[in-house]
Design a protein around this ligand. Sequence first.
Ligand code: ZN
Ligand code: ZN
Length: 306
Amino acid sequence: MIRHRLRILVVVPGSAFLAGHAGAAPTIPLPEPGSGPELPTMLVILGLLMTVVASELVHPLRARSDATSRRWIGNLSLCILSNGIFVLPAITAFAAAFVSQLEQENLLTSLGLPSPIRVGIAIVGLDALAYGQHRLLHRVDILWRFHAVHHSDPEVDATTTFRHHPIEAIFNGALIGGVVLAVGFSPAEIAAYTWFSFVVELIAHANLALPLWLSGVVSRVIVTPEFHQLHHSRANSEANANFGQALSVWDRLFGTARTRSPKEASLLEFGLDQFRAQRFHLPHYLLAQPLLPRTDGPAVSAALSP
Ligand SMILES: [Zn+2]
Ligand SMILES: [Zn+2]
């Protein structure tokens, strides 16, 4: 049984471009336990990414700037650079899942719930945790410095999904790993959530417009591009809203949901004023960004304002 479990593959979007086994943060997809070689998973991730990127190229919601190619290099480099560092939180999170499964007693096991309900609890519970974690990233100054790398992208598209500083990934992995250990989610349940979350996040960052009727219905429960991209706004009040990762219900529940009319949404400006220069998209600047002196400004202080 243990041997069977150890064959589980952990995959990060982006690591699919690399040879061999890859590391992962807990917000990325992985195949279910016992699945075979990584190729099908890699192809699914690559296929999803290419589909969204191709759709953006054919029918973008906003015009691309001259910085696009430089941004892509920076964002995807950060993703690839993060692969090695992501191993630690991945091991933490999934080791926690393995250990919790090996132990006879944990919270979920003691409840004796059927599998579908456990999966539902995993999806809702882990997303609630992601919401709280995201609010923390904005609230605590040192955490905001690292999370600000995600917010400093002056445009938002599919590649922004991968623009996270490795230290932020480690923090996220450690926190989620601890919860997984305490509650007793299985690797398969984590897989269910990470796939769901990854697809929603990829689409939510895409430079695409969903049909209004579809967006209106879906956004009541699930994070849509309109919903999440407002979170990337230069405006302080909007950057501190719409924290949801996959489900939008948490923002509605806790009063942090914001919206713009479709006309106003088309005028959205993204990023942090301090990091607009082209050099800040270079990989080494992205890694060093948390250490750079900050200037005062509405976007920079976004983390500190409610
Ligand atoms: Zn944020
Ligand atoms: Zn984002």
